[in-house]
Design a protein around this ligand. Sequence first.
Ligand code: SAM
Length: 277
Amino acid sequence: MTAPEKKANSAPEYWDEKADFFASDERRRRIRRLADLYETSCWRYIEPVLPSKETGIVLEAGCGTGRWVYHLAPLGYRLDLLDFSGEMIRHAEAKVTRQGLDESVRGYHVQDLCDMSALPDNGYDLVLSLGMPLSLCDDPEQAAAEIFRITKPGGWVICDAMNRYRTALDMARKNNMTQLFNALNQGKVVAESGLTHHCFSPDELELLFLGQGFASCQLAAITPFFDVPPLKDQVALLDDDTLFNQVANLFQAVSEDPGVIGVSSRLLIVTQKPEAL
Ligand SMILES: C[S@@+](CC[C@H](N)C(=O)[O-])C[C@H]1O[C@@H](n2cnc3c(N)ncnc32)[C@H](O)[C@@H]1O
């Protein structure tokens, strides 16, 4: 097996090229109801920490073509959208307009998660960085520092990231010993895309945020037994309504079990910036 050609994560060109696909119905068709399962699982953690609609501002960071804006704007929330891919932002803006949600979006920012200098200190009541931008950026520690800076005291942050142990397990299943060692020893693998994926143990993810000054963290397993990226056959199983509901209920029941978190492909973290520093 030849190793994938390594690309610099800091180059947004990779994501610019993916933007048409992300915006297409084809993507939604390919991941089918896994997207619903993912969103339902995340929503359980987002809903309890939503700010006041009147005064609150939400940031979707690493937004791609937008995901949560289409849930939150219709409910009356105001948001900013940020991604380092100009093409992703262009698609997000076009879709927001098509859906008649322009009034809910305060600003679009083409910026790196590791340098959100266009955004003010203490500006956001809720920062959502989902779809694993933290695993995809160059420097997760710098990204966590930036997320801390822009979050209001008392504001909430929800991010997801790849799990180091599950990544190692997936590499073992593929007989890819080099990547298995990379995951376990360095917490980094080079994906088939050529991008480096940062992966974390649950404790490391928690420490990443605690180290910046965030308060205690809640960890959860999101779509824990599905691969990233998902396998076609796994995704097809969810077409069956009964099975979909059973899986959704079961995943919900086990999402905070430490054993399940330990092997979950996606780790979700919910944390809060202390009120008084
Ligand atoms: C898998 S997509 C997820 C998009 C969206 N959040 C979602 O849930 O559908 C990852 C996104 O992260 C963005 N991204 C990756 N690294 C980034 C960085 N360093 N700064 C800002 N955005 C980044 C990519 O451009 C891409 O749009």
